[in-house]
Write a protein that binds this ligand. Structure first.
Ligand code: ATP
Length: 448
């Protein structure tokens, strides 16, 4: 990560204000003052996040016959985290200021002489290790025997089930296992809105390959597949980069690694990491559990530990990226020559929480209201629709702010000749089309 000058014209204050105003994301437990690193998704945010997950799932699982679905428990046997290395090494270095009591990650401080918040010299403690796993206890006794962890990543559930999965799904490497689920990390300094949280969601793919010399090729093909995904969903190419890790930046067992990074208002931040992890993860569980997690190849009658290619993406960071990337402000001039700023979220139509807004020209004309509601009910089973009524300018402004790609306006001409106005969010241009053509017109632009 570095801090190249941001090219985006949006600030995080604008994003958090819009997210709250329009019901995308709220601070968790806000009425009690909030709790650091936890967030709630509002009515539109919940749909936006679900659309991000569906887009990932569709591409990674539904469109492929070599990837199977999985959903593990959040709490696993504590030995899982011993084998994975999280108990011994999932640490950040923590420093406290004895004077102002603020807490910092040592690697975020320029020097350890002086507190960056209160300015006091010599007030910082020595850096000490702080394990990022959130602890809980299982069962009625809260002693050390009951200690368990909330998983800090979803991947380990896949590794420990490797044999159950390949045997039951009758899969043979190369094949993958995909999972979306919650993870928890007791981050020392959560921040940048939903970028660094303590409870978040991951979308992980673990792809197992044989030792046939094609593992680097497979790794590269996943990097390309992920590039295509971000581009298909319209992320601006100049704000996205695929950073190939240098050998000294990778864990010792990884043979290759690429971080997918987005240029947020504060600089580049990681959305996903793609890695060639060798046989490290399965080897570790075989060693500690003493169980055989090798793959038995019926054709060659040989056992082997497959090589792993991993793609690990953050659902919340990707959702935040969709919001930041879609955000735009533009100057508009109305028919009287009056200038104003239009805020618009230019979501990809498949990601937009509402795809079609439908309104009557006037809320006090029953025939227009009935017609608009009838059209909305007809479209609802096929698209994410929203019926609304009120001042036309305000209706459009609201739909622009929540990123609705198409708005339909029912007027007297609709009643007379069965045509309707379609307003396009991005160009603000309007077309008039036959109501009978609507479903086909929208399907062409909105469905997978
Ligand atoms: P960072 O360096 O930012 O702490 P990481 O390298 O530890 O992230 P990974 O362990 O590679 O992250 O996790 C895979 C993905 O999970 C990340 O790319 C990110 O999208 C997501 N993720 C990790 N930690 C958090 C967090 N605290 N909040 C939100 N998403 C997270």
């Amino acid at each position: 990560m570095d801090t190249a000058a941001p090219t985006t014209n949006v600030t995080m204050d604008e994003i958090t204000a819009l997210a709250k105003r329009r019901g995308f994301i709220f601070q968790s437990s806000e009425i009690y003052g909030g709790i650091g690193g936890f967030f709630d998704y509002g009515p539109l945010g919940a749909i936006l996040k679900r659309n991000v997950k569906d887009a990932w799932w569709h591409e990674i699982v539904e469109l492929r016959d070599d990837v199977v679905a999985f959903d593990a428990a959040i709490v696993m046997h504590p030995d899982t985290w011993v084998a994975s290395g999280h108990v011994a090494a999932f640490h950040d270095k923590l420093v406290d200021c004895r004077h102002c009591k603020h807490r910092f990650r040592a690697d975020h401080l320029k020097n350890l002489e002086k507190c960056p918040d209160c300015g006091m010299m010599g007030s910082l403690t020595e850096p000490r290790n702080f394990n990022l796993m959130l602890k809980t206890s299982v069962g009625p006794m809260e002693d050390s025997a009951a200690l368990a962890y909330l998983r800090p990543e979803t991947a380990q559930g896949i590794f420990v089930n490797f044999k159950n999965i390949y045997q039951s799904a009758r899969k043979k490497p190369p094949f993958g296992i995909a999972q979306i689920g919650k993870s928890f990390r007791n981050e020392i300094t959560p921040g940048n809105f939903t970028y660094r949280m303590r409870e978040f969601e991951q979308a992980e793919l673990e792809y197992f390959v044989p030792h046939d010399g094609k593992d680097m090729e497979v790794y590269q093909s996943w990097v390309e597949a992920r590039k295509k995904w971000y581009s298909d969903y319209g992320i601006k190419p100049d704000r996205l980069r695929f950073y190939e890790l240098k050998p000294e930046e990778r864990p010792h067992y990884a043979l290759a690694g690429t971080d997918v990074e987005y240029l947020f208002p504060w600089g580049w931040g990681e959305l996903e990491s793609i890695a060639h992890r060798g046989t490290y993860d399965l080897d570790a569980h075989i060693k500690l559990s003493g169980k055989d997690l090798t793959f038995f190849d019926e054709a060659t009658k040989q056992k082997y530990v497959p090589i792993l290619i991993e793609s690990s993406a953050g659902v919340d960071r990707t959702t935040l990226t969709m919001l930041v990337d879609a955000f735009d402000k533009e100057k508009v001039v109305d028919e009287n020559g009056k200038e104003s700023l239009r805020t618009v979220l230019r979501f990809h139509p498949k990601i937009a929480p509402v795809q079609v807004g439908i309104f009557p020209l006037a809320r006090n004309k029953p025939e227009l209201v009935e017609k608009a509601q009838l059209i909305e009910r007809g479209l609802r089973p096929h698209f994410r629709t929203q019926y609304d009524e009120g001042n036309v300018g305000q209706l459009y402004r609201r739909q622009d702010e929540i990123g609705t790609p198409f708005c339909l306006m029912v007027d007297y001409q609709t009643i007379a000749d069965q045509t309707i106005t379609v307003r396009h969010r991005d160009s603000m241009k309007q077309d008039r089309i036959a109501v009978a053509q609507l479903a086909a017109y929208l399907a062409e632009r909105l469905t997978y």
